[in-house]
Ligand binder design. Structure first.
Ligand SMILES: C[S@@+](CC[C@H](N)C(=O)[O-])C[C@H]1O[C@@H](n2cnc3c(N)ncnc32)[C@H](O)[C@@H]1O
Length: 322
């Protein structure tokens, strides 16, 4: 049966690939699962409905506050934790919940975050230049106003694949201070020679890049995958949904390496030796959204789900390695 019916009609975020995630997790009654990215609780609701106990993380205090009603309603089936998922090992240890049967990560921003102009994620509506999921630490405005031009160019190039990163960085530095999302979007558009009929807003790539940088998203993803490897029991499932190629590449590489399909270690991670036993089975084929889901939720367009099962071998990364 589809889990989509469990999602309230007025849910502020439509869960992506929900049935595919729940199928991939193959939850047995009474298992303990981690929802690493609670958001509006779409996955958590479906996990609870299959009989799981869920420990759900979110770094956004608003997501946690909005989830408190579901937590109260669900008796002991749900525990919410306001923390980065990279910290899941110590947080789960404090709850005496290790090992767990599943970890699910739905990477990226929620519709609640994107749609609220005041959170400063969107170039389509004007708001303060913020972009912090956790609502703490340096904001996007701090970054664009304080970083040097070369650093801004690197971020735009590495995390936004913006080929004209130097040109955009120069325009940003020349226009400082910048405090509003609309201001930044216009500076970027102008520097790239935006035409009103362009199919894709040229600010898209730079906004993605700055958001990834401000929230340390790729570092969190790698640390989260490694933490999941350490907390899963043999046979436990790791399900990861990503939204762009930079993230998906990391997940694909992680599973390839850990399942023994690719020699371990690299120039960047020489400490990972080549004589380890696979800590995950070969992942199932990557899953994309169906036509019917895309018709309901165009935001699912770029989502990719990968699921793999933990073996009994020792985790490759030790706590704090990441
Ligand atoms: C795409 S949404 C998840 C939606 C959720 N699956 C649902 O069905 O409602 C991603 C959520 O993960 C949170 N998040 C992103 N990175 C995180 C991290 N490193 N640690 C904890 N939470 C994170 C965001 O704040 C956001 O609420």
């Amino acid at each position: 049966m589809s889990a989509v019916g469990l999602i309230p009609r007025d849910a502020p975020h439509l869960p992506v690939l929900l049935d595919e995630v729940i199928d991939g997790l193959a939850i047995a009654d009474g298992e303990t699962h981690v929802d690493a990215t609670f958001g509006a609780g779409g996955y958590t609701r479906a996990m609870i409905a299959t009989g799981a106990r869920v420990i759900a993380f979110d770094r956004d205090p608003d997501a946690i506050a909005n989830g408190r009603a579901l937590e109260a309603e669900s008796g002991n089936a749900l525990t919410l934790v306001a923390a980065d998922f990279s910290a899941m090992e110590s947080e789960l240890a404090a709850l005496d919940a290790i090992p767990v049967d599943g970890v699910t990560m739905d990477i990226g921003v929620s519709s609640m975050q994107l749609d609220q102009a005041a959170r400063g994620f969107s170039f389509q509506s004007d708001g303060p230049l913020d972009m912090r999921m956790s609502q703490s630490g340096p904001s996007a405005a701090d970054f664009v106003n304080e970083a040097d031009e070369a650093e801004i160019a690197d971020v735009l190039y590495n995390y936004g694949e913006e080929r004209q990163s130097r040109r955009v960085a120069r325009a940003i530095v020349a226009a400082r201070p910048i405090t509003r999302t609309s201001e930044l979007a216009n500076i970027i558009r102008k520097s790239l020679g935006h035409k009103p009929h362009d199919k894709k807003d040229p600010a898209t790539r730079s906004f993605q890049a700055i958001r990834i940088h401000v929230n340390r998203e790729l570092g969190e993803l790698v640390d989260g995958l490694e933490a999941a490897e350490r907390v899963l029991k043999p046979g436990g499932r790791l399900a990861v949904v990503t939204f762009h190629s930079l993230e998906d590449r990391l997940v694909k590489q992680f599973f390839r390496e850990r399942s023994g399909s690719q020699p371990a270690g690299s120039r960047h991670r020489p400490e990972l030796g080549s004589n380890r036993l696979p800590s995950f089975d070969k992942p199932a084929r990557a899953v994309r959204a169906s036509e019917s889901e895309l018709a309901r939720n165009p935001r699912a367009r770029s989502a990719t789900l990968r699921v793999a099962r933990r073996t009994a071998a020792e985790a490759w990364s030790n706590k704090g390695d990441g």
